[in-house]
Design a protein around this ligand. Structure first.
Ligand SMILES: Nc1ncnc2c1ncn2[C@@H]1O[C@H](COP(=O)(O)OP(=O)(O)O)[C@@H](O)[C@H]1O
Ligand SMILES: [Mg+2]
Length: 273
């Protein structure tokens, strides 16, 4: 009798959770506004990030992309607007997202392994378990044998791999990436781009990335937001349906690339006028 009355409740709960994930985007931002002194960086900015998708923001330098991330993470206060996480209002993403910058931000006096363990150390996780997990991630990201090297003893690409391990050690479903590969040479960049795809396919992260590289956006993104110069607005949202890895010679992809470049070019001309 007791069980009978429990099952429908559980079924209802599962249905509710299932529908919630299907109906609400993981992150929804509406009317977000930011001004520095009297300078409007963005105003009434709306966008969404869907669960398990790779969303890319592409826009001219100085348009306000990093400021948007600072507002999302709570590093900087907005001047208005709303943010919802899976349908629930939040002030900022705080502990909900991991954040990776263009600079690796590794502590120079700590080994790569110790650097990767910082989230676990500050989060109070079990040290042995965290270390085992970090060592597995070092192997998966091609860093085995470098666990005890200091950051200055390895290449820029390896430091960014270590920063990726540290990002994964945060165990957050959403990862924000602010031009994480822009300081790397093109060959290292290619191998790191494949690792970013692993974050989505193997580690099941939802990704929101800023880039200024159109090819990188076409290689990685499911959804691309093309942004205008300041005050930053969304010029267009493009959804890519092709499976990854993508064939860059496909006419559809070349047409999308042309469209993005045209939209961005308009702004570069506008900015320099
Ligand atoms: N703390 C700040 N105080 C005043 N202006 C700022 C501050 N941070 C950024 N800005 C200005 O906001 C604009 C957007 O900067 P940013 O978000 O870094 O652009 P992007 O990441 O798109 O290159 C720039 O013009 C920059 O000078
Ligand atoms: Mg920036």
């Amino acid at each position: 009798m007791k069980l009978d009355s429990l099952v429908p409740n559980q079924a209802r709960l599962f249905l509710f959770l299932y529908l919630s994930a299907a109906v609400w985007p993981m992150l929804a931002v509406s009317g977000l506004t930011k001004t520095f002194d009297r300078d409007s960086i963005f105003s009434g900015f709306d966008f969404t990030v869907s669960l398990n998708r790779f969303t890319v923001l592409i826009g001219p330098s100085g348009c306000g992309k990093s400021t948007l991330f600072d507002v999302l993470t709570g590093a900087c206060e907005s001047n208005g607007g709303k943010m919802s996480w899976q349908g629930n209002r939040v002030d900022n993403l705080g502990d909900l997202a991991a954040y990776m910058h263009q600079k690796d931000l590794l502590l120079p006096w700590f080994s790569l392994l110790k650097n990767s363990l910082l989230p676990a150390t500050t989060g109070g996780d079990n040290r042995t378990r965290a270390e085992q997990r970090a060592i597995q991630l070092f192997a998966r990201l091609g860093l085995t044998g470098y666990e005890h090297h200091l950051p200055h003893q390895v290449s820029g690409g390896m430091r960014q791999r270590c920063a990726l391990v540290r990002t994964l050690m945060f165990n957050r479903d959403l990862v924000l990436l602010d031009e994480p590969l822009s300081a790397l040479d093109s060959i290292t960049r290619k191998s790191l781009q494949s690792l970013l795809l692993l974050l989505q396919s193997e580690f099941k992260r939802t990704l929101l990335m800023i880039t200024h590289d159109v090819d990188e956006a076409l290689l990685l993104a499911d959804d691309i937001y093309i942004l205008s110069a300041r005050p930053m607005k969304i010029k267009e949202k493009i959804t890519l349906h092709d499976k990854k890895p993508r064939d860059f010679d496909k006419p559809e992809l070349l047409a999308i690339k042309k469209r993005i470049l045209q939209k961005l070019e308009g702004d570069i001309i506008h900015v320099s006028e």
